[in-house]
Design a protein around this ligand. Structure first.
Ligand code: FE
Ligand code: FE
Ligand code: MG
Length: 166
């Protein structure tokens, strides 16, 4: 029997699943960017930065979990191979080739700013069409806004410290 939960969605469900899969790819890439960044980061305030990067990594994984659950509820197939991630991502991946704290913070701030824009668009798309996805995107967007601010605050402390040493 066709699922009522799918039939109440007032938009092209395949298009919605496609958008959710793109965000799922973003979340895995964000997870790894934070996780590997926490391993290689070097420089002043390293311990505080590592703690924040590790926490954000786990929160990105939670976002991936929320998205995959919704994709399956909608009858979709979640992206099945890591090969796909870099092909369908909205926000890309920034390898921490330069491990200096301020460079890693900047890379991740940029990633969060992209995520905020993507989820904000997804809110506009689902607001009237799919309250279940809308609610899930709000949960994720709250975290991304917090992530941006956490990293910006660390970057501000880093800049203050550099200023004082001049
Ligand atoms: Fe996320
Ligand atoms: Fe985030
Ligand atoms: Mg945080």
């Amino acid at each position: 029997m066709a699922q009522i939960g799918r039939s109440i969605v007032k938009m092209d469900v395949d298009k919605l699943i496609n958008l959710l899969n793109k965000s799922l790819a973003d979340e895995w890439l964000a997870y790894y960017q934070y996780w590997i960044g926490a391993k290689v980061v070097k420089g002043p305030m390293k311990d505080a930065v590592i703690a924040e990067l590790e926490l954000h990594a786990t929160e990105e994984l939670t976002h991936a979990q929320l998205l995959v659950t919704r994709i399956i509820q909608l009858g979709g197939t979640p992206v099945l191979s890591p090969d796909e991630w870099t092909k369908i991502t909205n926000c890309g991946y920034a390898a921490p080739e330069d491990p200096f704290v301020s460079v890693i913070l900047d890379q991740n701030i940029k990633g969060e700013q992209c995520a905020i824009q993507v989820y904000s668009k997804l809110l506009d798309i689902t607001r009237e069409a799919d309250p279940v996805t809308y609610d899930l995107v709000i949960q994720i967007l709250k975290d991304e806004v917090e992530h941006e601010e956490d990293l910006a605050a660390l970057k501000e402390d880093f800049n203050l410290m550099i200023e004082r040493r001049k």
